[in-house]
Design a protein around this ligand. Structure first.
Ligand code: MRU
Length: 371
């Protein structure tokens, strides 16, 4: 994706030193574009936990690069000591955030590749580097394909509306900033816009961390896509008045039965969409499926974050990013970061392999090898 005309991914190896991973510090967007170096496993864990990087795909890709850094730092005197250190660092990374399944998926994929690769420790480090790059490249490519498939939904609505503007509502940021490139919810929007279709996006601000207002609005703006930021409770009203043609969101974990965990507030949008016959689609790469669990509401772990994210709000003041207190100082606040939208409220899942129903048959029809 382009930032002021220059192509960026959200994570890459430093050109000057490929022992260093570079990321965009998303806590500072949209006000400042800051690139951060990650040199240790602790740096990587902090970047995920404190949300310098966030979004399911990017969390996974960061964990992939984190395992490469872990391999660089691990003791080299024996393969056993090397693998033990990697296992411990993998656990450290997995513990940073519980909901996005891509994190554990990437750590395990790396660990298995490194473990089964022969040729000694030096060869294993090269395997870790290659696998980190593969995970990142795959994420970008899968998102590009999600764009190709999802774009057809927008095209069909545009045709039905006689080429009038298609209004898409999205929640949180499932854009290129949440992945390595393109995004999931935004990929169909970018593809449709690039094809010349008229698209306008309603961007939920997404309290408490405002990923919609800060990140989605910024990246849509960089790409030239018309959009309007709304507060989180507006969506139902817009749908009642025919001002939303479809909803597309991302997801942090989707069961193979089609239940979708996504940023807190998504469930309420899905209920409103159902009540107003507005199609509700979810974009995801296969790395976001959880192939083990059936019941998303009961089984997906929901992250509970620090109350300060609810009580304080950051913004730009006199050129500096500052935080202000919103609530009485000693008020208790709850910060449930995700909710689960049951499959029955989801019109379809847009994956790298195509679009399917949010159901066990639909998902396994696209991924028969998981049966
Ligand atoms: O807490 P975050 O910002 O890591 O949450 C992730 C999200 O931005 C959303 O839930 C998103 O829609 C899914 S991640 C692709």
């Amino acid at each position: 994706m382009k930032v002021q005309g220059k192509h960026y991914r959200t994570i890459w190896l430093s050109e000057a030193d490929d022992n260093v991973v570079q990321i965009i510090d998303q806590r500072q967007l949209p006000h400042k574009f800051v690139i951060e170096d990650l040199k240790t496993v602790e740096d990587v864990a902090r970047a995920i936990k404190d949300m310098y990087v966030r979004g399911a795909g990017l969390i996974g890709a960061t964990a992939g690069f984190g395992m490469y850094i872990a391999a660089l730092k691990a003791p080299r005197e024996s393969e056993q000591a090397f693998m033990d250190a990697l296992a411990a660092d993998g656990e450290k990374l997995i513990a940073t955030r519980p909901t996005a399944v891509n994190l554990e998926w990437a750590v395990k994929r790396q660990f298995e590749a490194i473990k089964s690769g022969g040729g000694g420790v030096e060869a294993k480090i090269r395997i870790a580097r290659d696998m980190a790059q593969t995970i990142a490249d795959e994420d970008a490519e899968f998102c590009r394909r999600i764009g190709e498939h999802g774009q057809k939904i927008i095209e069909e609505i545009s045709r039905q509306k006689g080429d009038d503007v298609v209004n898409v509502l999205t929640h949180c940021n499932a854009g290129w900033l949440a992945f390595v490139d393109y995004g999931t919810a935004t990929a169909p929007i970018y593809a449709a816009h690039d094809k010349g279709l008229k698209v306008h996006v309603w961007v939920d601000e997404t309290r408490p961390r405002n990923q919609g207002a800060s990140l989605t609005a910024w990246e849509l703006g960089q790409h030239g896509v018309p959009h309007t930021v709304i507060v989180d409770n507006v969506g139902g009203h817009l749908m009642q008045h025919g001002m939303v043609d479809l909803v597309i969101t991302g997801t942090d974990r989707t069961t193979y039965t089609g239940d979708v965990a996504n940023k807190i507030g998504t469930y309420l949008k899905a209920l409103a969409a159902k009540d107003n016959n507005v199609p509700f689609y979810v974009g995801l790469p296969s790395s976001t499926f959880d192939w083990q669990i059936r019941d998303g509401v009961k089984e997906i772990p929901i992250e509970n974050r620090d109350a300060t994210e609810v009580k304080y709000i950051p913004g730009l003041l006199d050129g500096e990013i500052k935080s202000v207190l919103l609530t009485p100082e000693d008020t208790q606040a709850g910060n449930y970061a995700f909710d689960v939208t049951p499959a029955r409220l989801v019109t379809g899942l847009i994956t790298e392999r195509g679009i399917c129903q949010a159901s066990e048959d639909g998902v396994l029809g696209l991924y028969p090898e998981k049966r």
